[in-house]
Structures are given as C-alpha cells and as structure tokens.
Design a protein around this ligand. Structure first.
Ligand SMILES: [Zn+2]
Length: 401
C-alpha cells in the first residue's frame, strides 16, 4: 500500500516496518489503567528519500499529562557551533540571535557571554498563544506552523540568526513550519537547524531510535534534500559525533531557487524490517529466559522513552521483574504499557542475582553504574543502547537451524 509522503506529498511512501501498537511513552499513571494504543511503524518515501512514521499519533495524545517530564539534548558541541555562527558573513555583536523554544535557552546564553546583546525566544504565551502550562514540542511545533500574525515578532526584530534545535523532527506540518520560520528572519538572515542523525540506527537496527513524538527520521542525505527542496541554501553542514547518536547541523540561508530532489541519491538503506524484528524479539526473549533459568531477576533501570520503546517494541514487558527509576515523581507509578509499578534503587539492595537493563540516557550510564555498585556489588548490566559496550545484543547471533 502506498501512502502520501508527509513532506513532498507524493504518493510514494512505502512501509519499511510495523512495530505494533503502543501507548504514548509519557503516560505515567498512579493506577493500572488500560491506555490507548496506536500503531508505530516506519515508511520511506521513494521520491524524497525521507523516512517517517507510517502514521502519526493523535497530537492531543502527545500532550504531556505531567509537567515534570523534561528532555535533554546533548550540548557538548554548542560552544563550537556558537563560534561558527559568530563568524558567518554579516554577523556581528549587534546581530539579532533568536530561538523558537526553550531548547535554545542554553545556546543563547552562550551568545550573551560572548557579548551578543540582541536576542529573543518565541514566548509560548505571548507569541504562540499557548495557555496550558503542560505543553511541550507537540504544541510548540503546531503553534509555530499556524502563526498568522507576525506583528509582535516584527516588533522584536526579525532575526539575523534563528536557531531551531531538535524540533523539526517533531513537525506534523513540516512545510508550513518551514514557511513560517522564513518569516522570522531577515532577507539575508540564517536559520540553524539541528536534528538527530538516524543513519547508524537504521543500519544497526537500534530500536531505541524510535519515538512516537518523532515524525521524521533524518539522514544527512534526506535532511539536506529537504532543506534544498524547501528553498534553503545550505551554507554550513556538520555531522557531530556523539557516542550514542550523532546529530546533524545545518546552517541555511534563503534561496530563491527551490531545488528539486536529487534523483541520483540511492534510497536510504535500512535494516529495520518485519523479519529482522521477529528475529530480534526471539533472540532477546531466549536470552532473558536463559538468565531467568539461572535465577536472575530482570530489572529495567530508567524509564525514559528510549527504555520504554525498547521494552515495548521487543515485547519483553512480561519478563521484567522490577522497574527502577530514582525520579521521585515517577515513584509508585505504573510503567506505560505494563502492569509494573516503578520503585527506587534502594530496592536493589538485598537482591542476590540481578540483571539490570540500563535504559538511562547514554551519557549518564557511567554515573548510574557507579551509583548502583554502591548499592549492590553483585549486579550485572546490559544496556538497551546498541552503541553501549553493555549492549544486550552483543555477541548474539542466530543459530542456523
Ligand atoms: Zn517524500
């Protein structure tokens, strides 16, 4: 079945994989309650080479029900990025530097320290008319796509540099989103985009890449393709390497020539497919079964969307004995998609044989391991991340039968 591409709108979208039906990752509740499930799958557009959700979750379902869930983006590269931006043609300390969401606060602070005086960030209430305090990127992206009155923004001053970190992949109407961003910058201004790089995840079948809030899964090729086809000229591009997931950075200017897609590009290679998924599910189930036969208890440590996606996609909910998260807000709450209640790491103290599935964000893995060691020395570890040295799939191969 061919569906319509959410970017180029051609009827060339082919399904790559169907993961199954899952609830929204952030629906932590006090009591066991059946949550609504939605289909999670990936499709590839054969026209623009953009990998995307086969169908999006309803936006209202993505609205946070708690205000204590936050998402962190890697920041190690930001000092370098600020330096690169400050050296762009026509940019000086009087330039107006701006951002679209709270994700730009930390980079704008860096500009301030360097002596850039003029900055603004779109104000959720005043600029985007968001009155509900429980909102996140699902609402911000939608409101930016639907701005009609740019008057207040014109008063703030159109930007010389508009920074747009980690929101493009969330957009439900990416065309309108990009069109409206153009109205926020000067004619010779720049937009700086940052998105996750999914290329390695596609090749390595890294299931934690999937997240119902991400509509688009970019690679260098599909990202540049999309920017050019949207009327941007790519002035600077970088793939910044992080241990867990690389990021793609593009600094663009306005281009009157809207280029068409580069047809010479090979279609994105992707090792996600339904057959491999069944194999991986089988493999992990067997692995955990063997551990349980040796009387190990299985504990998931960390309950962010990566951990949850891993558990749900690979269908190991019923094999978990314990869910640990030291976020006080999550204590005693039910892990979405399971019947298991979240407890804190004190409960690891007296357990004798325990395997921990690390689902904490990759950067804090080391810190968490040393913390767990202080509580219980006998613990063994695996990680849900493919790039971790504790990766659960490591050394696992299919036996030919
Ligand atoms: Zn397309």
């Amino acid at each position: 079945m061919q569906m319509i591409c959410k970017f180029c709108e051609k009827k060339k979208l082919n399904q790559v994989i169907n993961f199954g039906k899952f609830p929204v990752c952030h629906k932590f509740l006090n009591k066991k309650k059946k949550l609504k499930n939605y289909n999670l799958g990936l499709s590839l557009c054969k026209s623009c080479n953009l990998t995307q959700l086969s169908s999006t979750f309803p936006l209202k379902e993505l609205k946070p029900i708690h205000n204590w869930i936050t998402y962190n983006e890697p920041e190690e590269h930001l000092d370098k990025l600020v330096h690169i931006i400050s050296k762009l043609k026509n940019i000086n300390k009087n330039s107006i530097i701006s951002g679209v969401s709270y994700k730009e606060i930390s980079i704008l602070e860096r500009f301030k320290k360097k002596g850039f005086k003029n900055k603004w960030i779109l104000n959720p209430k005043k600029d985007l008319k968001i009155h509900d305090t429980k909102h996140n990127l699902e609402t911000i992206q939608k409101k930016i796509s639907s701005i009609k009155n740019f008057k207040r923004i014109q008063n703030l001053g159109k930007s010389d540099v508009l920074i747009v970190r980690h929101i493009l992949e969330h957009c439900y109407d990416i065309k309108r989103f990009l069109l409206n961003l153009k109205k926020l910058i000067k004619k010779n201004g720049y937009i700086v985009f940052e998105v996750p790089d999914c290329e390695q995840s596609f090749l390595k079948r890294d299931y934690v890449m999937m997240w119902e809030e991400h509509v688009f899964y970019f690679t260098k090729n599909s990202f540049i393709n999309l920017l050019r086809a949207s009327g941007f000229k790519v002035e600077y591009f970088e793939r910044y390497k992080y241990s867990y997931e690389n990021i793609l950075i593009a600094i663009v200017s306005l281009d009157n020539n809207q280029l068409s897609f580069n047809k010479k590009n090979k279609l994105q290679k992707n090792n996600f497919n339904n057959k491999n998924l069944e194999k991986d599910k089988f493999l992990i189930k067997q692995k955990i079964k063997k551990l349980k036969e040796k009387n190990f208890q299985i504990c998931l440590f960390g309950t962010g969307h990566s951990a949850l996606t891993f558990v749900n996609i690979l269908n190991i909910q019923n094999q978990l004995d314990l869910i640990v998260d030291d976020d006080k807000n999550k204590l005693k709450m039910v892990l979405p998609g399971t019947n298991l209640k979240i407890t804190n790491s004190n409960n690891l103290k007296n357990l004798d044989k325990i395997i921990i599935l690390l689902g904490v964000n990759y950067e804090s893995e080391k810190k968490i391991i040393s913390k767990i060691k202080k509580i219980n020395k006998k613990v063994k570890y695996f990680s849900v991340y493919k790039n971790s040295k504790f990766n659960l799939f490591k050394n696992e191969k299919f036996k030919k039968n």
